[in-house]
Design a protein around this ligand. Structure first.
Ligand SMILES: Cc1ncc(C[n+]2csc(CCOP(=O)(O)OP(=O)(O)O)c2C)c(N)n1
Ligand SMILES: [Mg+2]
Length: 720
């Protein structure tokens, strides 16, 4: 597993992570374990009555090689920083992973296999991040796993650059590989084309993908929809491509040695990501259902199950049985892992001793702590600075964070100048030979360029944030959050702290017209559970919301920013409050006043982003008409919902007429206003014109808000 040279100061050997964890082994016992796992897959699906047996049969020897011989993996510690990462992109074949974790003694036992796909089990239908130890990422929506794997590979390189940049390839405790099993569906989904293209551009030598080329999906033979030469496509992306055909001899021969050797070659290839295309037969050796769409996603049925067991030499009468000797054999992987883990620890301790500053940073990042002077770096903005687009303020915040938060990095899908996502002077994350006149590059650089690939940008950012130690963000226009939505949803489902920077947040972007003007997007994003949708109203709120977003690691956030300049509120004015309240999601920006000073509001106006200024103007008018009016700025309804009852009713008293204003659909606002129709909103698409005209013509104005309030106020008064 490692070279025989001895380390000067101790008896361990230097790390060589360019080699597999172990020499190739595939004994008769190994074969018997692999066959037992196939039978257990069939038993598990049969018992629950649903699931995906076929691919778990055919991938059993593939996953066995990875877990037993190839990967540096510690069954006792899913958080070990030195581990290789494994991503099962076709989540439907979750058994492929569960069976290896069971075999290795990595937290799953026979009863967990028996509980497949049932309430509260550690073996849900698709691998769920957080439900099962050693599951690095939730997979199921095809394509996401492979696309996010590219982010995992990005992150490995960035972390190495932060902590151990000069170590020789493979010798650093922060060197590891990202292994992926991908299926036909994964390679059909567009997001993997986007991400794979980027992986080629980035020359990610730490990424190894095994494509299960079984030519079968649910509708059976993939010829009906999948005919390009995938190997050539990946070569064109700049990948190192190897082909293994287990049908080469005319018979089906599971040549695991050829597979192992291909993986070993891929590990040696440090300048390119690797694709190993592996021709398999789905469901092999099921007697009548192998090589059919029928074995992809349904139980075998009693007869076929018996047939499978007979073919493999198992007793058809027995279910969920594994010879204890075989299980003990499989679990010897624990001893091997202890050996290479010890070796890694020695290398890691040597690194710590030589890099006290790096060790301090590492400890902070592992603990998930913020830097010491974090609170001090956020800029404040003076109202005399005039109008400032919130996207511009966001750019200033990012630049202020650059030095203190080296773990923060990100970029844009070709809209960096518009999204203000670049930290000035930070090199691009790029092989040096790909740098351009505009962008200086370094493999350990910080500025990400996704090209026009919003979907992959979301998946990659998820991979970065899951992989550990760093925090990644990705920018585009809010309208194109639609193109990222599958990744955003998964981030929310997993509780991954990805940050999405979405600028050009409404009709306020103006002349580009309705194709570029979000109308339903805020409501649609707010509909995603566990996603924080954050739309600050002025530059000072931008500072506060970035601070709040970076202070938690439990959820993704979308920071939604204006293209157009917005006034910076003068918070020294009487009855105005500090922007600190933005951290609570909604707060009183301007209290109701009368001649005596602050008073109890008779009307509350609540808004977000660029519309808060309209509420502030409307308040002036209403108050001049004798209606004491409070303005609540609500950058994040999710954060507000998380406040206690007392705070929420203090900000939005139940018995006070409450009207919202937002340049988007009303949907969702009824929860905060006095009811349906108590909103100034936009229920149709925008148009191409300057933004002032659009706001005026579509009635998103202070005047519209005033007249809505007047009519509602009078009705309420009449009734009382
Ligand atoms: C984005 C997405 N679309 C559709 C599905 C539903 N689905 C699950 S598996 C599958 C077919 C998978 O075929 P393949 O990837 O070849 O896997 P195999 O049958 O070879 O295991 C489909 C369409 C899904 N999980 N994700
Ligand atoms: Mg397939």
């Amino acid at each position: 597993m490692v070279s025989s040279a001895t380390h000067q100061s101790d008896t361990t050997t230097p790390l060589n992570r360019q080699l597999p964890a172990r020499e190739y082994v595939y004994s008769d016992k190994d074969q018997r374990v692999v066959d037992t796992l196939r039978v257990l897959a069939a038993d598990a699906v049969e018992k629950v009555g649903s699931g995906h047996p076929g691919t778990a049969f055919s991938l059993s020897p593939v996953a066995w090689q990875l877990f037993q011989n190839v990967m540096h993996f510690d069954p006792t510690d899913q958080h070990w920083e030195g581990r290789d990462r494994f991503i099962l992109s076709p989540g439907h074949t979750s058994l492929t992973l569960y069976l290896q974790l069971f075999a290795a003694g990595a937290g799953l036992e026979m009863q967990d296999l028996e509980a497949l796909r049932t309430w509260g089990s550690k073996t849900p239908g698709h691998p769920e991040y957080g439900d099962t130890d050693h599951v690095e990422i939730t997979t199921g929506p095809l394509g996401q796993g492979l696309a996010s794997a590219v982010g995992f590979a990005y992150n490995q390189r960035r972390v190495r650059g932060l902590l151990d940049p000069t170590a020789e390839a493979g010798s650093s405790p922060f060197d590891h590989h990202v292994f992926v099993i991908a299926s036909d569906g994964d390679l059909q989904e567009g997001v993997t084309s986007e991400a794979s293209s980027l992986a080629g551009t980035q020359e990610l030598g730490n990424l190894i993908v095994i494509w299960d080329d079984n030519k079968i999906s649910i509708e059976d033979d993939t010829d009906i929809a999948f005919n390009e030469n995938v190997e050539q496509r990946y070569e064109a992306y700049g990948w190192h491509v190897q082909r293994i055909d287990w049908l080469q001899t005319g018979n089906y021969v599971e040549d695991t040695k050829a597979l192992y050797e291909a993986i070993a070659n891929a590990k040696q290839e440090s300048d390119k990501p690797s694709l190993i295309s592996l021709r398999t037969i789905i469901g092999w050796p099921s007697p009548t259902k192998q090589n059919t769409g029928g074995i992809h996603g349904a139980k075998l049925g009693a007869e076929e199950l018996s047939g499978l067991k007979e073919v493999l030499g198992f007793n058809p009468e027995e279910h969920f049985v594994m010879d204890p000797e075989l299980l003990a054999h499989a679990r010897t992987v624990g001893e091997r892992s202890a050996t290479y883990r010890k070796n890694w620890e020695a290398s890691y301790q040597a690194w710590r001793a030589n890099n006290p500053a790096g060790a301090k940073l590492y400890d902070r990042l592992v603990a998930g702590e913020l830097p010491e002077n974090f609170d001090d770096v956020f800029p404040t903005f003076d109202s005399t600075e005039g109008a400032m687009a919130t996207r511009a303020a966001s750019g200033k915040v990012l630049n202020a964070l650059a030095d203190v938060m080296p773990e923060l990095w990100g970029g844009s899908a070709d809209l960096a100048g518009s999204n203000n996502t670049t930290m000035a002077g930070e090199p691009s994350f790029l092989p040096v030979d790909r740098q351009t006149q505009e962008w200086s590059g370094h493999p350990y650089g910080r500025t990400l360029h996704f090209g026009i690939r919003e979907h992959a940008s979301g998946s990659i950012i998820n991979g970065i944030n899951l992989s550990g130690l760093t925090r990644g963000y990705a920018g585009t226009f809010l309208i194109f959050s639609d193109y990222m939505r599958p990744a955003v949803r998964l981030a929310a489902l997993m509780g991954v702290p990805s940050i999405f920077v979405w600028t050009h947040d409404s009709i306020g972007l103006g002349e580009d017209g309705p194709t570029h003007q979000p109308v339903e997007h805020l409501a649609a994003l707010r509909a995603i559970p566990n996603l924080d949708v954050v739309r600050p109203a002025d530059a000072n709120e931008v500072s506060i919301v970035w601070k709040t977003v970076l202070s938690q690691r439990q959820r993704p956030s979308g920071i939604i920013l204006s293209r157009q300049g917005l006034p910076i509120f003068d918070r020294n004015q009487a009855a105005f409050r500090s922007a600190d309240g933005a951290a609570r999601g909604a707060y009183v920006l301007a209290e109701a006043t009368n001649d005596q000073g602050e008073t109890t509001p008779e009307v509350v106006l609540i808004g977000t982003g660029s519309e808060v200024q309209l509420a502030v103007q409307a308040r002036e008018t209403l108050q001049s008409q004798g209606i004491p009016t409070r303005v609540v700025s609500a950058p994040s309804l999710e954060w507000f919902d998380a406040q206690d009852d007392a705070y929420r009713t203090e900000v939005l008293p139940a018995d006070v007429l409450t009207v919202s204003i937002e340049a988007g659909v009303e949907q969702g606002w009824q929860k905060y206003t006095s009811g349906h129709g108590h909103s100034v909103s936009l229920e149709h698409y925008g148009a191409s014109a300057d933004y002032q005209t659009l706001f005026t013509n579509f009635g998103i104005t202070a005047e519209a808000l005033v007249s809505k309030v007047q009519s509602l106020y009078n009705t309420t008064k009449d009734r009382s």
